[in-house]
Design a protein around this ligand. Structure first.
Ligand code: FAD
Ligand code: FES
Length: 270
């Protein structure tokens, strides 16, 4: 019988350093492209942590990791050629199949942009024709905290040649007075999104308070509850619905989520 908990080795192919504490690791690990899913990452004697897949590439998968604790600090000591261990992918996906001909609005706070990056890439790489329009609002604390500058540049280029995609990066503060874009909490920009309303589907990812306030603003802009989708980060142990660690009421975030529609996940953010 297969051991559910047995991780597989994955070689680090490339490391991209976005900020001092947020790096992307391209890993030699194959997974079918399914935006929204996560893997369990481990290193011997460090433990395991769930991490969203931020890129599905021909060479493998990309993980964008924030250095916050036991596992992640050990991962930050790795170099290209070193090995870490993965289980998965696990969890469900963003509902791309339900978005045909829809107006999609993606709202991200900070490094959570990593979780929705595969969705944006999916449309930026040529699937935009099946959406009516894609608007991305990506908020960061300051210009120094912006991730994926290279990708954002590419998405904006596809915006210029492609009327379906619009990407707006906002920063909460600009201590260096060097930011030429929008300044203010990302939530404040939701009401300015063109044609926002009952035909909009929104994907929201970020810290709990940011998600809660984004939902409130989306509802005020007439976006329907059932058209709001959220991705949750909860402490996990097994990642496969066995330990109950991620359970909230009748939901297991690891197998029922991490992506939930607001109608089924209201109690997760209230
Ligand atoms: C579905 C899902 C997807 C995720 N995707 C990503 C992702 O793409 N990228 C990413 O970086 N993270 C992601 N996370 C979050 C990540 O799994 C957590 O940050 C994880 O805890 C990191 O593991 P760690 O061992 O490095 O940190 P830990 O050692 O578990 O520390 C995590 C936090 O808890 C605090 N802490 C640790 N021990 C204690 C203690 N004894 N008392 C009080 N506080 C303590 C630490 O200071 C730190 O802030 C995701 C989580 C989920 C559930
Ligand atoms: S992490 Fe074990 S049940 Fe979800």
């Amino acid at each position: 019988m297969d051991n559910l908990y047995l991780p597989q080795p994955a070689k680090v192919l490339e490391i991209r350093k976005h900020t001092a504490t947020e790096w992307s690791f391209l890993l030699d690990y194959k997974a079918e492209a399914a935006p929204g899913k996560f893997v369990m990452v481990s290193l011997p004697l460090a433990g395991e942590a769930p991490i969203s897949i931020s890129g599905f590439e021909a060479r493998g998968i990309e993980l964008t990791i924030r250095n916050v604790g036991q596992v992640t600090s050990r991962v930050f000591k790795l170099n290209p050629g070193d090995t870490l261990y993965l289980r998965g992918p696990y969890g469900n996906c963003f509902p791309l199949e339900q978005l045909k001909d829809k107006h999609l609005l993606i709202i991200s706070g900070g490094s959570a942009l990593a979780a929705v990056k595969p969705v944006i890439e999916h449309y930026a790489r040529g699937h935009s024709a099946i959406l009516r329009r894609l608007d991305v609002l990506a908020g960061f604390r300051s210009p120094r905290h912006i991730l994926f500058r290279q990708e954002i540049g590419r998405w904006n280029k596809s915006h210029r040649s492609n009327k379906y995609i619009s990407v707006e990066v906002t920063v909460d503060n600009d201590e260096d007075y060097a930011w030429l874009g929008s300044i203010g909490f990302v939530i404040n920009f939701i009401k300015n999104v063109k044609d926002i309303g009952e035909n909009t589907t929104a994907l929201v990812v970020g810290p709990p308070l940011m998600m809660k306030n984004s939902v409130r603003e989306l509802l005020a802009c007439s976006v329907k509850e059932e058209n709001i989708w959220l991705s949750f980060e909860r402490h996990m142990k097994c990642g496969v619905g066995k330990c109950g660690h991620c359970r909230i009421r009748d939901k297991y975030v690891c197998i029922d989520g991490p992506v939930f529609s607001y109608t089924e996940a209201r109690e997760l953010i209230d």
